[in-house]
Design a protein around this ligand. Sequence first.
Ligand code: ADP
Ligand code: ZN
Ligand code: ZN
Length: 861
Amino acid sequence: MIAKVIVDVPSRGTDRPFDYEVPDKLAGWVEVGSRVGVPFGGRVVQGFVIGLAEFADVDRAKLKAISELLDHNPPLSPDLIELAQWISEKYCCTLTTALQAMIPAALKGKAETYVSLAEEEWSEAPSLLSEENEWVDYIRRSGGTVKLAALQERYPSEASAVKAAISDGRLLERVSIRDRLAVRKVLTVYPPSDPAAAHEALVLLPARAAKQREVLRFMLEQDEPLPLQRVVEEAGTTASTVRALADKGLITIREAEFNRDPYAGRSFQQTTAMSLTEEQTAVYDEISSAIDSGDSRVFLLHGVTGSGKTEVYLQSIQHCLQYGRQAIVLVPEIALTPQMVERFKGRFGDAVAVLHSRLSNGERYDEWRKIRERRAQVAVGARSAIFAPFERLGLIIIDEEHESSYKQEESPKYHARDVAVRRARQHGAVVVLGSATPSLESYAAAARSGVAVERLAQDAGSTSSDAASRTGANSPSGHPAASGKPPALLPMPNRVGGRPLPKVQLVDMRSELKNGNRSMFSRELHEALALRLERGQQSVLLLNRRGHSTFVMCRSCGYTALCPHCDISLTFHQKSRALRCHYCGYAELAPTQCPSCESEHIRFFGTGTQRVEEELSKLFPGIRVIRMDVDTTTEKGSHEKWLTMFGDRQGDVLLGTQMVAKGLDFPYVTLVGVIAADTSLHLPDFRAAEKTFQLLTQVAGRAGRHELAGEVIIQTYNPEHYAIAAAQQHDYASFVADELKHRQVMSYPPYCRLILITLSHEALPLLIATGEKLATLLREAVADMGLASAAGANGRFIDILGPVASPIPRMKDRYRFQCMLKYRGNIDATGILQDAIRMLSDRQGQPPVQISVDVDPQVIL
Ligand code: ADP
Ligand code: ZN
Ligand code: ZN
């Protein structure tokens, strides 16, 4: 037998299947999806079997044989391989990169499988112990457990018998992996080994060692070792105090692995289905009947914050499981809080596998195996959970579908939403995209289905033909469903229980400045905070830190510098003191005076959470602030810890970045404040307004979700901006109408699609020459095909922008240049690009310029 193997050598030249002989002893074991070791270019490399054949394409005598089988149970299935092929085409990456993205990191190392006899099973069925089962005797003689590889070696013809025994539980399988990557050692503090002596020491420590005494007392209360970092934080001390105790021999500090299962030992309170509201019922009926129909449908569930989307998800999953099908729930990494997990575990218990990046490789692998071995029917996880190895998917839910974290920023640069739609089609499964603020791509795509066009027209207050053309009814929108049936819109415009959306107040920070208030808190927000402290209620403060310190804004009039050609914010470059456009390369010198009002209060914007915290303590002595940002949440489990503390009302204010905006639900939060709404508004990104609107809407949704009414205060320098004004009114429709107009005028998605090509090399002249060559090849191809530039409003075209220096012009000693393809209409742009790249590499010398392609880029910075 011949195996077609994709070798793990990530270069475009080797990105095709190679034929290998399957040795007889492995014949029964190697399947499509198996991971194997094969000789390649003088060494043994890893590869995936993507096909089996009787005959080879080349001279059989010259074929090499597979050297080893790496896992007995193929980690990939044929449908995942097909999906990988689609990903590699759509996102211009090698097939091996796509395949590797689908398996847990632990499998990239060396895994060894052991099998042992499940004794009771064999003694209950002695007939199975015929002489055919020599291999059973062999396991017995070997003490009950052997390496699977040894069985394969000795009893090559027994593959199917052994596999059957594993799958019906007569053989127990255990995989031991050397989880090299997961071994993360941290300094860990061990509680006193001799508590009696420690208690004695507590009395004997000198008075001036009060701090040490406190730490010792703290450690005496602990039943288990804690990372040093946490001891420092929780005992409110310093590392040197802890070390002083260790020097006295009272406690121990040593490096240790710290890989606790975050969910171990937690009991989840069982929940049952709630009786749905009318709105929820209508949506649930649509979803469940689509699941029953077996057609692959996509729904866009547009439900305001607090409309009860999660309950709809839960009951739809329930429905899907009833018929023996499985479900995947994608949640943005940042929103994958224990609170979130609890809602799913509470309903489905152990049937839930959780996949996210804060798990160690080993833990992740265990969860993945739960799915692979059919012990879990629901996977809840971040982006890559879309590859959960289920065999009969019925439902894929993408919560907060607008989140840019669904796009992977390294190769394969896939968007989980596109992959979900594709995967659902393979399984006849339903996709539900849920959001209070759907991405414009999804909304515009939904608008192309009849129902939705009407709705959009109503929403936007215009005629439906108008809405259809506005959303590019006859041009592909960049949305995955563009090639299939458009997604249907399912609206849930009201909160459960008729709770009102919170009142949102805008505070114009320009007038604050005019009135002599230079603090980062307006008088309104200051007063509102004071009131919450007085009443013992809680507040959430959002510091919008995207685009930290990169854009220029006048504090007197709100002016920001825009590119005259692209209508997006210019980015400030400290070194050259220049303002640059990241799209077209336009540059100008940074002003020292506002070009609009001549004020000198023109500044590079950005404030850190730490500074806000300091200011809060100054204004409100004794205030308990829980700060959540990248700095305070690196430690595993810290995210959870802060939220639990806040939930237990151990903090008055939860202060943080984006993290505090997502999915949190606390009954005592009655105030949400946004320190500066503008910081994300002026990012050099055509999605800046959309992201700002989404963030403000989300964070506002955190207030008043329960009995206590909520209030939201948004501080801004641009109160009249349509994104901010619409967020104040909770008015998605008017925001979309304005934003779509803007996108159409500037010809940005969803009115066109983008492909970002980044070239990098150590030598600048070669890089520039190559960039020019690529652009020329592309321009020639486009001209030949008659697709050059805007042929008219509805025409098909490809524009080639650049090459220009990348926003990060040099990285790791490599210079970077980029080109952008902007195209519209049904065009195989990736195909054209692939051809150009192939022609380019044919002519190239060594070492070649590295070319990376980002299709439908989310981050253009
Ligand atoms: P969303 O995800 O749309 O923001 P949630 O799913 O968090 O909204 O629901 C908001 C609140 O309403 C939650 O506290 C939830 O328990 C409650 N809820 C949802 N559906 C119902 C229902 N049918 N009956 C009563 N309460 C509900
Ligand atoms: Zn520009
Ligand atoms: Zn000004």
